[in-house]
Design a protein around this ligand. Structure first.
Ligand SMILES: *Cc1c(COP(=O)(O)O)cnc(C)c1O
Length: 445
């Protein structure tokens, strides 16, 4: 049987035809009408300007509820109640919101705390791990697809521990994926720590968390997973995978606001065995006794360190609540349908224009963003953001050398967004509109 590239005119049943006809605008609108998560879109702030926002994997949209929560906090708590608010609302905020995030990542409430930034949390947990593992274990394993900040933290730790450790990075043959076997072969009885991003920031490649955690444990190593591109994007089951430690970001898929506090997870039985390298008073067992000598709190509190920026912390909660209300399985289902539609449109509209796909085709091996690659990727992304008259603004982001990342955030990305974005990218390239933009980079791409 023959399959037409633009659909299956000769076949009644789609099932029999491998090459599915990609979604058209009418179908996209129909999918949006039937979308069980469709109502969430209106719970976010939308500007007057007609924009298609595909960068929720870098900075999530503003939940309307966050505006009212911050306003109420400023007026009633900071304004009226002043310092009394520490006892009524503020002191427990890290553990309270951490407990909610725990439900999104398959952990117990007392295993997660909202605190500091992702990089700092990785620093604290990796330090705790290296110290607990002792000098006999001198190998740290990660990969070259990891977020550079994570690798910088490991390099800094290596120096702090007087260069006793070797940092070994698994290599990617295709610049997009790394088979689990290439990680396993680096794990040995000298390995103290394996740390990886569960979903890779550039390509969306997703590891088998359970398998790699088990293999690390088989050689006696700890594991820290960075969930920054995973939390709110894909279901995560830390307890089921017996994960030791994890960190993650809240300003991406959780819509917590620019620079919002991150979270960290430490499995219950491990908490009191790890040392936080920064002995601040909020990591102390009794901070308000003002004893002159530090005594670490037991439990997850010991990883907090210092006073929390309360305005930032409070703004995280509405996004987390919405994600819980939507349910991670539903979010994942919609994400898969959107990314599948996007890839089908990619094949029909963009591949013929010189694009290659920068994310895995296998849905089980990718998160919720799709990268597309083109030698003119940067200028194409600039034309999307600064369009000619009459065309919508489309906001993706760009990662060197040639990755345009399209963030699919099921709570507010519509099928129509996806269709229109692909149609517009094709227009920018086919008409060479991108040539009117400069190759010089903005500070934040
Ligand atoms: C976004 C991201 C971070 C963020 O680090 P900050 O400490 O918030 O600056 C860290 N790791 C990964 C994998 C990320 O994607």
């Amino acid at each position: 049987m023959r399959c037409h590239p633009d659909g299956c005119q000769e076949l009644k049943s789609e099932v029999r035809c491998k090459k599915k006809r990609p979604m058209n605008l009418e179908q996209a609108r129909e999918f949006d009408t039937q979308d069980p998560l469709g109502a969430f879109r209106e719970k976010f702030h939308h500007s007057e300007e007609d924009i298609i926002y595909l960068d929720g994997n870098s900075l999530g949209r503003l939940p309307l509820k966050s505006k009212s929560i911050v306003e109420e906090l400023v007026n009633a708590q900071w304004g009226d109640q002043l310092i009394r608010s520490w006892n009524t609302d503020w002191l427990e905020i890290n553990e309270r919101i951490g407990g909610k995030i725990a439900k999104l990542i398959g952990a117990k409430a007392n295993e997660v705390i909202l605190t500091d930034s992702t990089s700092l949390n990785l620093f604290k947990l990796a330090y705790g791990s290296l110290k607990a593992q002792g000098s006999e274990r001198n190998r740290i394993v990660s990969d070259e697809l990891n977020f550079p900040s994570d690798l910088y933290i490991l390099q800094g730790l290596k120096e702090m521990f007087h260069d006793q450790h070797e940092l070994i990075l698994a290599k990617s043959d295709d610049g997009m994926t790394i088979p689990e076997s290439k990680i396993s072969e680096l794990l040995d009885s000298k390995t103290a720590l394996l740390t990886l991003s569960y979903v890779c920031f550039k390509t969306s490649y997703m590891y088998d968390m359970e398998e790699l955690t088990r293999q690390a444990h088989d050689v006696g190593a700890h594991v820290v997973w960075d969930l920054s591109h995973a939390v709110g994007a894909v279901p995560v089951s830390l307890n089921d995978c017996n994960v030791d430690m994890a960190v993650g970001c809240t300003y991406k898929y959780l819509n917590g606001g620019p620079g919002s506090l991150a979270f960290l997870y430490v499995r219950e039985d491990l908490q009191d065995k790890l040392t936080n390298p920064i002995w601040g008073w909020f990591a102390d067992a009794r901070p308000f006794e003002f004893d002159l000598n530090f005594k670490a709190a037991s439990g997850i509190k010991r990883f907090q360190t210092t006073t929390t920026p309360i305005l930032s912390a409070a703004a995280v909660e509405p996004g987390v609540d919405m994600m819980l209300e939507a349910g991670m399985e539903n979010v994942r289902q919609k994400s898969l349908k959107l990314t599948e539609s996007l890839i089908e449109l990619f094949d029909s509209h963009l591949a013929p224009l010189g694009f290659s796909l920068g994310s895995p085709r296998n849905p089980d091996k990718r998160g919720s963003h799709i990268s597309i690659r083109h030698p003119e990727g940067y200028r194409i992304s600039q034309a999307m953001i600064n369009p000619k008259e009459g065309r919508p603004v489309i906001i993706p982001d760009f990662r060197d050398p040639d990755f345009i990342r399209l963030g699919i955030t099921p709570l507010y990305t519509s099928y129509e967004d996806v269709f229109k974005a692909v149609e517009r990218i094709a227009e920018i390239v086919a008409s060479e509109e991108y040539t009117q933009h400069s190759v010089s980079r903005e500070a934040v791409t």
